[in-house]
Design a binder for this molecule. Structure first.
Ligand SMILES: *Cc1c(COP(=O)(O)O)cnc(C)c1O
Length: 432
């Protein structure tokens, strides 16, 4: 029996270890490219699960980590403080939507979301509304892989259906389907569906969770600013908190620094991770408004927020996050993102061949994100190997062939990525 086991000691994520091809070994990289053992170089069209926004081997980020390592690698935030965490908290308060004034750190996007949900439930308890103890999430949502997060991912299409009997039950509203430029009528249909769900469940709901503007791992579904604004108004009307999961959308991915800015909305709680450190170390931040924070202030120690990941506010992570944000501002990354967006729209959305291809259901572009959605996921079988043979690292999932490039991707590299995405459909059309 043992002999038939694959030899790998390293268990890869989302991988059938018996049948998956051996994962190529990355030995280094710079800019949008990484190098494989054996000499191959690939342009990373995914920037490593969307977090390596400055690309690989960025000199300033590497130096920030080295400098901080010389000073202080770690100290707990339990009863102690340090400058990188204080400065990063101040900076995040400055750059996020007005009103988010308090920052709770943790070590990953999933834990940042767990913190947000726990904060929302305790907030409701401390306001005398303990019956408001469930979440309202959206179909198509992805909020992470820890059990609390699994329970608010799309229960049908998400990756966690197997665990349905194990997870707490929450409420779900239909996924908003009207895109960025949708008609008012289509948007109103989405909003009406959210309202109808809220009318049913608000008395036992602590918070509405959403990935504003872009449901990422749930299929790169893009929504409208009007929907996000309506979500804010409905949460106020039904007296529940609004939590924005900006783990994927934060730090420029949708074309604004934060997706909330498309709608001019401040959520009550907002979660950041992926791009926070430029991808150089795992970290997350859960931000709260003063009104949420105030609900935890009391003479009674039992009303404190009883949470504290060991590595929260790690100095190395905070220091590299500060450097990442400095580079982002000094080098006008929002302009770089706008440049990439122009290419994505020209090459993918305005391309006659893609529009006319019957296997393609939709092409969507927002900020530095583009996706070609097919009708049948079998149509993407082999796309990854095809891209690799042309020097590009793509990682399609389900029915979605997408790119979320590093913002330092050159225009030439961006066109090579879109070229490979288009060529896949041109080259394989005859075989289907
Ligand atoms: C990736 C992601 C998470 C989970 O973050 P991890 O760091 O992988 O735990 C949560 N929400 C969204 C929207 C994400 O894209």
């Amino acid at each position: 029996m043992n002999q038939s086991l694959p030899p790998s000691s390293l268990w890869h994520p989302y991988a059938q270890m018996l049948t998956s091809p051996t994962a190529p070994t990355v030995v280094g990289g710079e800019g949008a490219r990484f190098h494989l053992q054996g000499g191959e170089t690939l342009i990373d069209a995914t920037c490593s699960w969307w977090c390596m926004i400055h690309g690989y081997g960025h000199p300033r980020l590497v130096k920030a980590i080295k400098d901080q390592a010389d000073t202080l690698c770690h100290v707990m935030l339990g009863g102690l403080s340090h400058e990188p965490a204080q400065r990063l908290a101040d900076t995040l308060v400055r750059i996020t939507p007005a009103g988010l004034n308090h920052v709770f750190f943790s070590d990953s996007g999933s834990v940042g979301m767990e913190v947000a949900m726990k904060m929302a439930v305790q907030y409701q308890v401390q306001r005398g509304q303990p019956e408001k103890h469930r979440m309202l999430s959206l179909m198509g949502a992805y909020h992470g892989d820890t059990t609390g997060c699994m329970a608010v991912c799309d229960p049908e299409e998400g990756m966690h259906a197997l665990f349905a009997g194990f997870l707490p039950r929450h409420h779900f509203a239909p996924a908003p389907r009207a895109g960025y430029h949708a008609t008012r009528e289509a948007i109103d249909t989405d909003i009406a569906a959210l309202r109808a769900t809220l009318e049913r469940c608000h008395t036992e709901t602590a918070a509405l969770l959403m990935e504003p503007m872009l449901q990422a791992a749930g299929g790169l579904n893009m929504t409208s600013p009007a929907y996000v604004r309506a979500a804010r108004e409905l949460c106020d009307e039904f007296d529940i908190l609004l939590i924005f999961d900006e783990v994927a959308t934060g730090f420029g991915r949708t074309g604004k620094l934060f997706a909330a800015e498309h709608a001019g909305v401040t959520p009550d709680i907002m979660v950041l991770s992926k791009g926070l450190t430029g991808g150089y170390l795992g970290h997350a931040a859960t931000l709260a408004t003063s009104s949420v924070f105030a609900a935890f202030l009391s003479d009674d120690p039992g009303r404190a927020f009883m949470h504290g990941p060991t590595f929260m506010g790690n100095p190395l992570a905070c220091r590299v996050a500060l450097e990442s944000l400095a580079v982002f501002e000094e080098e006008a990354y929002l302009d770089k993102i706008a440049g990439l967006n122009t290419i994505l729209r020209e090459e993918l959305q305005e391309d006659g061949d893609l529009i006319g291809n019957s296997r393609i259901a939709d092409v969507r572009v927002l900020g530095a994100t583009a996706v070609i959605e097919v009708h049948d996921d079998a149509d993407l079988d082999g796309a990854q190997a095809f891209a690799r043979s042309r020097g590009v690292w793509l990682r399609p999932f389900g029915r979605w062939l997408y790119t979320m490039p590093a913002y330092v991707t050159t225009h030439d590299e961006m066109r090579r990525i879109t070229g490979v995405m288009k060529d896949w459909f041109a080259t394989t059309s005859s075989s289907h």
